[in-house]
Ligand binder design. Sequence first.
Ligand code: PLP
Length: 384
Amino acid sequence: MFELAERLRKLPPYLFAELDEMKAKKESEGVNVIDFGVGDPDLPTPKHVVEAMKKAVEKVENQKYPSYAGKYEFREAVSNFYRRRKGVEVEPDSVIALIGSKEGIAHLPLAFVESGDYVIYTEPGYPVYHSSAIMAGGIPYELPLKEENGFLPDLDSIPDEVARKAKIMFLNYPNNPTTAVAEMDFIKEAVDFCIDNKIILAHDAAYSEIGFDYRPRSFLEYENAFECVIEFGSLSKTYNMTGWRIAYALGNEDAVKGLLKVKTNVDSGVFNAVQEAGMAALNGSDDVIEENNAIYRERRDRLVDGLKELGFKVEKPKATFYVWLRVDMPSMEFAKQLLDKAGVLVTPGVGFGKSGEGYVRFALTRDVAVIDEALRRMEGVDIV
Ligand SMILES: Cc1ncc(COP(=O)(O)O)c(C=O)c1O
C-alpha cells in the first residue's frame, strides 16, 4: 500500500540478508553449515569490560539521557588511546561517541552533501558508503581497488569535474574485504588530494588494531590530516564488542561538528553505561588486543596454509580478520557450489562491488578446529 521513497528504492538489498537466506535454506535441509560469512567476532568481550558495565548500569546518573557528544571521560579515553597506540595527539573536544561506526558513516553525508554532489568511495567495500551517499541525495563515484595496485585506489583517475563537486571521500584501511593496508606515502597522497580539492576524507578505521607483525596506521599520523580527515574507530572488532554499539569519530573540527549536528537531531547519544564499559576497554591493558591478534594469526595461518594445499594461490594478510581469496569462476557461483557441495559459507566478492568479482571473503571468526573441518570438507570438492 505504501510505496518506498526513491532513495530507498535505489538501494540494493543488504548483502548479508541474501546470504542468511541461502544459509537458512541449506540448514533446513539438515546441513551443519560452517559460516565464514559475517565479520562478527566469535570471541567474548573482555571480562573487565563486562564487569565495568555491570557496575555502570546500577548508577542512577547513567540511566538518564547521555550527552550528545559523549561523556568527557569517554572522549578522553579515546584521546589517550590514540596517544598510546598511534602516537597522535587529539583533544577530547575533537572526539565524539558514536552508536557504532556504521552510524557515523551513515550520517556523515547528511551533514555535508547537497543534491548533485559526489561522494567518492572505493569498491569492493563496506556497503554503507554507497547507501549513505544515496540517502543524502549525493551521486556515488566508485574507485576500483585492483590487486595489481595493492588494492589502493588510483586518485589520478578521478575526473576533475568529480573532484570539484565531491564533498566526501571514504577510504578504509586496513581494508575490508581485500585486507590491504595503507602506508604513509599513500596516506599523504590521499590527504593532500582531499585538501587540494576541499573534500572531507572520511577514514573508516574499523580494523585499526588487527595486524600481524604490522601496526595499522591512523591517517591522523600525517600532520596535515587534521585539515580534512575525520577518522572512524570502533570498539566492535578491537574488543569483541559488536553488539554493544560503541565507536567514535575524531579529527577535523568542522567535519566532527557537522556530524554531531546531524546526530543531535536524530539520536540522543550512547547509553552512559556502555560508554563506561568502553572506557574500561580503551583504558585497560593492550594485552587483550595482542591476545586477539594471536588467535586470529593462528586461524589465518591454518586457513591460508590449508587453502594453498588445496591448490589456491593466496597470501597471508597483514591485517584484518579476513582472507580474500582469488577464485577461478564468478564469485557467486563459487560461493553457491561451496555451500552446496561442502556446507561451507563464504561471502562472494561481487557483493562488495564489481571489482570484487573473482574473489571470495572468509572471515576468521571460527576457531581452528572448525577451520580444519572446513578444509577437510573442501578437499573432495572440485572447485579449485
Ligand atoms: C569496514 C567496516 N566499517 C565499519 C563497520 C561497522 O562497524 P561498527 O558499526 O560495529 O563499528 C564494519 C563492520 O563490519 C566494517 O567492516
